[in-house]
Structure formats: structure tokens, C-alpha cells
Design a binder for this molecule. Structure first.
Ligand code: ATP
Length: 514
């Protein structure tokens, strides 16, 4: 069942700010809508997520290489990719509240409400029937639920039709027929549905008149497609092979909301896998499985993910799915996996006049490879980690703590070193340990306040281990090491701190699981 916890999201937003994970951008000027800055802890977490992805995709696969392409690209790129003509959202305004919405989102929210009704029926029935309850049978036979499900599929069918035909008058009619009202004004006084291109544009060149319009890339994938041949030739790559990239993308989202879930400037981690035509659906299945394994290895919750297969996809795709994560707002897209056929490479061939093909020595012929892509939003992944990690706990003594149970390999700081007091040589001893660890681990020194308070500070930023240096350390070189999750403390020889950190906080152990 989806979490749908507004409160949790609010808590994460304020915790992120208070503890240096995420700040609203240019906050002293009251911020800029849907733009965020990553703080001192946020950047570490973000870098660790990138590392986990990069190593899993590039370092661990012989046939995948990485690149880093420019944000600006030749304007024809976006003509070829279809973004100039078709990267639009259908928009509708409510005349009373003056609020603007994406028409498809209004309809989707309406569907979500009906789904909520189904869930309520299921919960009620589960209570009534107890152990004998068979959910599958109930949802396929209960009259009310079946009725709701039919309603949903008829709405989905109509929505698909308007998306396919781009008949926006029908879109408005659908909204009217469903009796959808503005969440702000409550009125049904809608404008017509219009198209709105999501790309940001700017001018290249300094002389007025000479300048030409260029775009901030709305996805990183096109930088990979236009470099397909450069990489294939310079790396002597043979099919199947992949090209991966992490980088910024920009979209002028209409309703940018839900914190870092939907931003106007965000980061993507994309991989295009080039295969022989005909092999694409096998690879699509393999990548679905591999990517899900990557997610689940983090331990953010076995039941927190689901595939949402697209039944109706873009004309150039022959299979598409989303990996959805159970965010505080419910299940939403975290990653997309698409079988994109030869659409992009062929479009670039046509627009550039350059061949983008592969010579297959076995078949002794040239062809345009097919592509399977995996595309994940880094910021959304960050939000998934934070929402799984954030926990408020009541301890045995009745006190409360907020702890971020971040997977240790992703934690911003791996270890805190805390001298019990500020004197008697304890700080020096603590510094000695930090100086030894800092080459390999992010380590923090903290001597301020009582030790309990210092532990809480580390819990709040998700530091998996805190090492305390006390008077006994000076005598026998032992320290106590406290585990963030269990709060258990054990006394170990100082050298063992490194062994523990290597074993429990390294990406290697995580990568071994996938
Ligand atoms: P949505 O339907 O949520 O707008 P999308 O289907 O347009 O997403 P894709 O074009 O498939 O998204 O982009 C791949 C990934 O990039 C998404 O799965 C998501 O994680 C991320 N992403 C897309 N748009 C944004 C955004 N505005 N802010 C943050 N991440 C984004």
C-alpha cells in the first residue's frame, strides 16, 4: 500500500534544510521555484549515489563505457529527437483560481481517487474476512470494485486517445465529463487545453540578429546518441555495448512541486545500450531485472518498488516500463527503462546526413543498432534514499531521536570521532585516528557538548559509526565504536575501526550483491 504521507515529506524537507542536505536555491532572495541547492551533507550523499550507479554500470561491465557531453548541443539535435515539435505538456488553467495544471495530471489524480476507493473496499473486506481473505479473488469478483476498475480503464482509454490524436478539445471534454474541479477554487471553470514546450531556450552569440536559439538539454541521452560513432570507433566497441552518462538536464516543468521530485534543473543518470536489431526485447528484460536488483541491494524495502509497464507507448518504443518507488507521496516514477528501437540514431542520420551504423562482421553488413535505455533521476533517487532513511524513534528511556538509516555505503560521513572530554590528551588522540582514516573515509571530529548530544547529531545526518576516545584509550589503545542503527557500543582495538569501516561502509559489499 502506498505511503501517501504528506507529513513525512514536510519533515524530510525541514530536516534536509536543518542538517545541510538540501537548501532552497538563492534562499536569501526568497528562493526560486522548484530549484534546490545541495548542502554539505547532501553533496556527499549525492556523490555516493552517483558512484554506486557509475561503478555498477561502467566499472562492472566490460562493455559499457562512460562519457560526459556538453549541456548545449547543436539546435538540430532537438529537431531530430522530436523535442522541438513534440516535447509538450497539455496545459489547462482554472479561470477562477488562475492556477495552471497539466491536463493529464488532473485526470491521473482523478484516477488515483478511484484507486483510493478500491483500496478502502479491500481494507474493509480484509478486516471483515480476517485470515480467510483472498485479495485477488475479492478484487476480481466484488461488484463495486469491478465497477471502479472498469471506470478507470475507460478513463485511461479515453486519455490515451486524446494523447495519441493530440485532439485537445477532447481532452477538455474528458475533464468536464469527469466533473473534475480545481483543487484550489473548487470550480469547474476551465480554459481550453493548450500545448506548452518544456525546453528552456537561450541565445548563442553576442551580436544581435546573428544569435541563434539553442536549448538547455532536456535529457542527457541525446549527447550519447550523437557520440555513438565516436565512442564505437575510438573504443573499438562491438555490439552489444553501452554508453553511460551522468549530467544535468533542464525542463520548464509546469507544476514543479513535491520537493526534489520534480525540478526544473535536475540530474539524470542514463545508459543507452546498443544491440543488434531483434535482440532488443531480450536486453530490455535483462536490464529491467538488473536495474531492479541495483535498487533492492540498497535495502530500502523489498515492497517499496514496482514496475509500471506502459501499455501504450511512444511510437518509437516497442517496450517501456517505469520502476516506481513508494515515495511519501505514493508510488511514483523513479526510473524509466525503454526499448527505443532505432528511432534516435535513424533520426540523427536523416538530419545530419551522416551514417550512424555498425558493421557486423558476422552478417557482413551495416545496420543501425537498436537501443535499450535505462534512465534514472539522481535527485529522485536521493529523495527515495532520504524517505526510506528518515525515522523518528522513541528510545527505551522515553527520549526521542531522529535517525537517518542511510545505507552505510551511501552515508555522507562514515565515522565520527569523539573525544570524551576536551582535555587530558583525548582530542589529540582523536585527531590521530582521524588523520589515519581521512584518506579513505569521510570522518568528522566533534568535541562539543555531552556525548549523548553528539551521538544524536551524527544520527541525524546518518553517520553509521561513532568512535569515542576515552581515558582507557590512552592506556590500552582501545576505543568504543557505536553502531547508528542498534546504538550498541563495543570496545575494540583502535586498529579495528578501519576494518569495521572497510567491511560495513564500502561500496564493494553493495556491488557484490548485484
Ligand atoms: P515524469 O513523467 O515524472 O515527468 P518522465 O517520464 O518525463 O517523468 P523521463 O523523460 O523518462 O521522465 O526521464 C527519466 C528520469 O528522469 C525519470 O524517471 C525521473 O527520475 C527523472 N526526471 C524527469 N523529470 C524530472 C524532473 N523534472 N525533476 C527531477 N527528475 C526528473
Amino acid at each position: 500500500m502506498a505511503k501517501n504521507d504528506d507529513n513525512l515529506l514536510k519533515k524530510i524537507v525541514s530536516h534536509s534544510k536543518e542538517y545541510g542536505f538540501i537548501f532552497p536555491s538563492s534562499e536569501i532572495y526568497d528562493g526560486l521555484a522548484a530549484t534546490y541547492d545541495y548542502g554539505q551533507n547532501g553533496v556527499e550523499l549525492k556523490n555516493n549515489i552517483k558512484q554506486y550507479w557509475w561503478k555498477a554500470m561502467v566499472q562492472m561491465n566490460e562493455n559499457i563505457v562512460g562519457i560526459d557531453t556538453a549541456i548545449f548541443m547543436h539546435p538540430t539535435t532537438w529537431k531530430a529527437s522530436g523535442h522541438v515539435d513534440a516535447f509538450n505538456d497539455p496545459l489547462i488553467d482554472n479561470k477562477d483560481s488562475k492556477k495552471r495544471y497539466r491536463a493529464d495530471v488532473l485526470v491521473e489524480d482523478h484516477i488515483a481517487k478511484i484507486e483510493g476507493k478500491i483500496n478502502k473496499e479491500v481494507t474493509k473486506a480484509a478486516k471483515r474476512f480476517g485470515d480467510a481473505f483472498n485479495e485477488e479473488e475479492f478484487v476480481s469478483t466484488n461488484g463495486r470494485v469491478v465497477g471502479y476498475k472498469e471506470k478507470i480503464s475507460s478513463i485511461e482509454k479515453r486519455m490515451q486517445e486524446v494523447v495519441d490524436t493530440q485532439n485537445y478539445d477532447d481532452f477538455k471534454k474528458l475533464i468536464e465529463d469527469l466533473d473534475i474541479s480545481c483543487p484550489v477554487s473548487g470550480s469547474k471553470n476551465w480554459t481550453d487545453v493548450r500545448q506548452f514546450n518544456l525546453m528552456f531556450s537561450t541565445e548563442l552569440g553576442s551580436v544581435a540578429g546573428d544569435a541563434s536559439t539553442i536549448y538547455l538539454r532536456p535529457e542527457t541521452a541525446q549527447g550519447i546518441f550523437v557520440n555513438y560513432l565516436n565512442v564505437q570507433k575510438s573504443g573499438r566497441m562491438k555490439l552489444p555495448f553501452g554508453i553511460a552518462q551522468i549530467g544535468k538536464a533542464f525542463r520548464n516543468e509546469i507544476i514543479a512541486r513535491q520537493f526534489i521530485f520534480r525540478m526544473r534543473e535536475f540530474e539524470q543518470m542514463e545508459m543507452q545500450f546498443f544491440v543488434k536489431p531483434g535482440d532488443e526485447l531480450d536486453w530490455y528484460e535483462k536490464w529491467k531485472e538488473k536495474r531492479m536488483k541495483w535498487h533492492k541491494a540498497l535495502g530500502l524495502g523489498e515492497n517499496s518498488y514496482r514496475f509500471h509497464d506502459h501499455l501504450n507507448m511512444a511510437h518509437y518504443a516497442n517496450a517501456a516500463t517505469d520502476i516506481e518507488y513508494d515515495f511519501p507521496m505514493g508510488f511514483k516514477e523513479l526510473e524509466g527503462i525503454h526499448s527505443r528501437t532505432d528511432f534516435d540514431l535513424t533520426a540523427h542520420e536523416n538530419h545530419s546526413g551522416k551514417k550512424l551504423q555498425f558493421f557486423d562482421p558476422q552478417e557482413n553488413k551495416n545496420y543501425v543498432p537498436y537501443v535499450v535505455e535505462t534512465s534514472i533521476g539522481l535527485d529522485r533517487m536521493f529523495l527515495a534514499v532520504l524517505s526510506a532513511a528518515y525515522n523518528e524513534e522513541t528510545l527505551e528511556d522515553g527520549s526521542e531521536r531522529i535517525v537517518l538509516n542511510i545505507p552505510p555505503a551511501l552515508a555522507p560521513t562514515k565515522v565520527a570521532v569523539l573525544p570524551l572530554t576536551k582535555k587530558d590528551g583525548l582530542p589529540e588522540k582523536a585527531r590521530e585516528l582521524i588523520d589515519e582514516l581521512k584518506f579513505d573515509f569521510t570522518a568528522q571530529y566533534d568535541e562539543k557538548d555531552a556525548i549523548g548530544k553528539r551521538y544524536r547529531r551524527q544520527d541525524a545526518i546518518g553517520t553509521p559509526y561513532s568512535v569515542t576516545i576515552d581515558h582507557q584509550t590512552l592506556e590500552d589503545n582501545t576505543v568504543t565504536i557505536r553502531d547508528r542503527d542498534s546504538m550498541e557500543q563495543v570496545r575494540v582495538a583502535m586498529e579495528e575501526v578501519r576494518t569495521t569501516l572497510e567491511k560495513s561502509t564500502s561500496l564493494t559489499e553493495l556491488l557484490r550483491k548485484i
